[in-house]
Design a protein around this ligand. Structure first.
Ligand SMILES: Cc1cc2nc3c(=O)[nH]c(=O)nc-3n(C[C@H](O)[C@H](O)[C@H](O)COP(=O)(O)OP(=O)(O)OC[C@H]3O[C@@H](n4cnc5c(N)ncnc54)[C@H](O)[C@@H]3O)c2cc1C
Ligand SMILES: *[C@@H]1O[C@H](CO)[C@@H](O)[C@H](O)[C@H]1NC(C)=O
Length: 241
């Protein structure tokens, strides 16, 4: 089986952990106001913002959780879940979390064994990549751009639709998310021969702590190296691989 040297564009958001002087509740309200304002500025709909007051909040929160133990032992739930449909909404979330000292968690497939994408000791929000899951395959160049909300199953299926001879080396479980998987490594059935998913990433899009969208060239080789195995949480949100 021939393998495609795939391009994996990431959107990485850097996570900001800040403790401030104002009360947690005030900060949460400030964050939400900031987010609403930023969304208005970019003409984004507020239906990408879930708070516990929205009827579908719990189902969105639980939808991709695979290990219920950390979730049920967690002292708190996210006070906002953002499900961006385009980059500006990720930038808004970063901007407001930085401004108001709120921790940001990124979730792609939700398969983190310890629940790192959906639990926290401090007040937090989740940027859930579920709506950013497009996959575009170039069978001439044997490359692909994948948004990080896609699952491995969706990736394999899309490659198979386009080609009988191309494949991509990554994990076995189809519901694992591309975002957490590729930024952490990603081994599977083809790894003995072809290595891990991270070995085949040739470009990425990363949204950094300042909301700048960077690609391989503008992020530099050091950071590009780090996001291919160093784990997404260390460096930002992977939106697209
Ligand atoms: C049932 C199951 C089967 C598995 N099978 C395999 C396997 O065959 N091979 C293998 O190598 N691994 C396997 N894993 C492990 C899996 O690859 C990792 O847990 C991986 O981190 C999950 O990625 P995710 O996006 O689904 O998880 P998430 O919980 O969404 O994310 C995992 C971590 O990455 C961060 N992250 C997620 N998205 C982004 C993003 N867009 N940008 C920056 N950071 C991000 C999160 O904040 C979190 O810290 C399996 C796990 C499970 C639960
Ligand atoms: C959640 O409720 C707010 C306030 O009613 C609303 O503006 C927003 O669109 C709702 N979000 C979703 C995802 O429906």
């Amino acid at each position: 089986m021939q393998i495609s040297g795939s391009i994996f564009p990431f959107f990485l958001l850097a996570f900001i952990l800040v403790s401030g002087a104002s009360s947690a509740a005030d900060k949460n309200i400030d964050f939400l106001e900031c987010l609403t304002l930023q969304f208005q500025k970019s003409n984004s709909e507020s239906d990408s913002i879930y708070t516990p007051q929205n009827a579908s909040y719990s189902s969105v929160l639980q939808s991709s959780i695979r290990n219920l133990r950390p979730a049920s032992n967690s002292p708190r739930r996210p006070f906002v879940i953002i499900t961006p449909e385009h980059e500006s909404q990720i930038q808004a979330a970063i901007y407001c979390s930085k401004k108001h000292g709120i921790q940001l968690k990124v979730r792609s497939g939700g398969h983190d064994y310890e629940g790192l994408s959906y639990i926290s000791e401090t007040p937090f929000v989740i940027v859930d990549m579920r709506n950013l899951r497009s996959i575009s395959i170039d069978t001439e160049k044997n490359t692909a751009w994948i948004q990080t909300g896609a699952t491995l199953g969706e990736l394999y299926y899309t490659i198979a639709e386009k080609s009988k001879t191309l494949a991509f080396t990554a994990g076995v479980c189809p519901t694992v998310g591309v975002g957490g998987h590729f930024s952490g490594g990603g081994y599977g059935m083809m790894s003995r021969k072809h290595g891990i998913a991270a070995d085949h990433i040739i470009d990425a899009k990363l949204i950094d702590a300042n909301g700048q969208i960077r690609d391989r060239e503008s992020m530099g080789e050091d950071l590009f190296w780090a996001i291919r195995g160093g784990g997404g949480t260390s460096f930002g949100i992977v939106g697209c691989i």
